[in-house]
Write a protein of this length. Structure first.
Length: 177
């Protein structure tokens, strides 16, 4: 029986931080680089009066449309599939209703080898029946019943309750030796 790996999309396969920086410049005329503050999400690193506007980015159609691909994700996911793993994408889209079409189209463009039947839009990933979950969210990993791998991100630096993978080469090494 094939081992199943569920993979989160945002900050694991797709890189949304540059979109925050781009739209912040569009709205405020200031260039901002995501401060490398451990355990903080991008909106939590800016002034409170601008935070509400920035938090709305996630609820805006187009935010997730053409995010950059995290280096190595395409090659390693394909390699895992070629080596007998069953791959599912489990992305927490329920919180961001406007993201569905953007995320689906992004996956179809950059990961066309993943069947649409293996894409799961959900809220709580505890419903995912898989052997492994690769995610940047400790919250999602805590709810998951299989083995969780924490994909390294600035906002999860203080988390130490899961095995951490820093990049896709480490994911490859974990599963394929």
């Amino acid at each position: 029986m094939k081992k199943r790996i569920a993979i989160d999309m945002d900050e694991v396969m797709a890189e949304p931080v540059s979109r925050f920086e781009e739209w912040y410049y569009r709205d405020f005329g200031e260039r901002i680089s995501y401060p490398r503050v451990a355990s903080k999400l991008f909106p939590d690193t800016i002034s409170e009066e601008r935070r509400k506007i920035v938090q709305q980015y996630l609820h805006t159609k187009g935010f997730f449309a053409d995010l950059p691909i995290i280096e190595g994700s395409q090659e390693v996911v394909k390699e895992l599939m070629d080596n007998g793993f069953e791959i599912f994408i489990a992305t927490a889209a329920m919180q961001f209703r406007a993201s569905f079409e953007d995320k689906y189209d992004w996956l179809a463009q950059h990961f066309p080898f993943i069947p649409w039947q293996n894409i799961v839009f959900c809220g709580n990933k505890s419903i995912i029946h898989a052997d492994y979950l690769i995610d940047d969210s400790p919250y999602q990993l805590r709810a998951f019943s299989g083995t969780g791998l924490l994909f390294d991100a600035h906002h999860n630096q203080r988390e130490n309750g899961f095995m951490r993978v820093h990049n896709w080469q480490e994911v490859r090494a974990y599963f394929l030796g």
